[in-house]
Design a protein around this ligand. Structure first.
Ligand SMILES: [Ca+2]
Ligand SMILES: [Ca+2]
Ligand SMILES: [Ca+2]
Ligand SMILES: [Ca+2]
Length: 379
């Protein structure tokens, strides 16, 4: 009897030990499972955070291309008032993305170590994008680079004539063609001057058409008068350029018969517009603009007209005075003649004032630049 009691006791101890052991194993298994689930969840979160960070870099590239990125600003999905993840809620808890952008061409540093600071090959934006999600935080660096453009911002002169036999007809002293750099506020700029006039032909053709008194009005690089010869990089340079810009024009005229007196962009508000006219265009009456004006035909200026940027005309430019004068800050490229006639009725009126402005061309270049993502690195 004593023996049976003792046997029963041993079995009980054995059972209790087994159950404890089993419970321990189950607990261990559960812990492993839990760890695996956590790791899987963390992995999913990380992948999602990675994808979101990539979208942030895409967004910066798109904003830069549409000239809507404010330099020095930060992208912050949690405060932008936009439903970035498309779940119907704005700026709710899980829209956590911040991106800061370092613009190499404005930072006053020689980022590529070539001895030059903020030069044209430093047109690179470094985007640091951070996305915290759950227990994970992903940081990506995007390298956004300017895409090549065929827009000629390195112009030889403020007035470039592509016709070797172009007729130039200015009216007395009522014109200025100045290749010295001028800022948009009217102060002298710090960029190197360009020539007053460049012609894809002999200098003689230009010189014989200006009176001695008129040569004083063509200033810029290389002394007096400031005239040079220049040949485009290819025979199809002008038509290629026109096609390229036509495809990107925001304002289009087609054989417009009236006189346009509206606004084609405004440099003071940073609104630079590509305007294309199929056929001749007549502007005047105080019309203003900023950007690139492309005319496939003749440009007739029949009243006050003031423009900041690049004017490209495949035919002639004809100016008939009037208003407060014709003012351009930037550069002009013309396929045909340049004619100025100031006689309206019996009254002499109006003047032409063409001034080279590196600031104007740089601003337009920046505004019209397309940006592409060159690389994405971690972090
Ligand atoms: Ca949302
Ligand atoms: Ca948001
Ligand atoms: Ca450099
Ligand atoms: Ca720099």
């Amino acid at each position: 009897m004593v023996q049976r009691e003792s046997q029963r006791g041993s079995i009980l101890i054995f059972l209790v030990a087994s159950v404890t052991l089993l419970a321990g194993s189950i607990m261990a298994l559960l812990t492993i499972e839990q760890g695996r689930a956590n790791r899987a969840r963390t992995e999913i979160e990380r992948t999602r955070a990675f994808t979101i960070a990539e979208s942030g870099i895409d967004q910066v590239a798109v904003l830069m291309s549409s000239n809507a990125w404010v330099p020095g600003s930060t992208l912050d999905w949690s405060k932008d008032g936009i439903d970035n993840d498309g779940d119907g809620l704005d700026d709710e808890g899980d829209e956590s993305l911040t991106a800061t952008v370092q613009t190499w061409w404005t930072d006053g540093l020689d980022n590529d170590g070539d001895g030059q600071t903020d030069e044209s090959d430093e047109w690179v934006a470094r985007v640091a994008c951070t996305v915290p999600l759950g227990v994970s935080t992903v940081t990506l660096t995007g390298w956004i680079q300017r895409l090549e453009s065929i827009i000629p911002f390195g112009v030889p002169a403020v007035l470039t004539l592509l016709d070797p036999n172009a007729d130039l007809n200015f009216s007395g002293n009522s014109f200025q063609i100045n290749g010295n750099d001028l800022n948009l506020d009217g102060t002298p700029g710090s960029s190197s001057p360009v020539y007053g006039i460049a012609i894809d032909g002999t200098l003689q053709n230009v010189l014989t058409q200006l009176t001695g008194q008129q040569t004083d009005n063509v200033t810029g690089m290389g002394g007096w008068p400031s005239i040079t010869t220049w040949t485009p990089p290819s025979p199809t340079w002008l038509p290629d350029l026109v096609e390229f810009l036509k495809a990107r024009a925001q304002v289009k005229f087609t054989n417009f018969t009236g006189t346009y007196n509206g606004t084609l962009g405004n440099w003071q508000t940073g609104n630079y517009v590509i305007t294309h006219s199929q056929g001749s265009l007549n502007v005047g009456g105080g019309s203003t603009g900023a950007g690139i004006l492309v005319v496939e035909g003749d440009l007739l200026v029949s009243g006050g007209f003031s423009y900041v940027g690049l004017v490209i005309v495949t035919g002639q430019i004809r100016v008939t005075g009037g208003g407060s004068g014709q003012v351009l800050k930037g550069a002009v490229i013309v396929g045909g003649d340049v004619q100025q006639s100031r006689l309206i009725g019996n009254t002499l009126t109006g003047s032409i004032d063409l001034a080279y402005s590196a600031e104007a061309l740089n601003r337009i270049r920046l505004a019209l630049t397309q940006w592409g993502i060159a690389a994405v690195t971690e972090p």
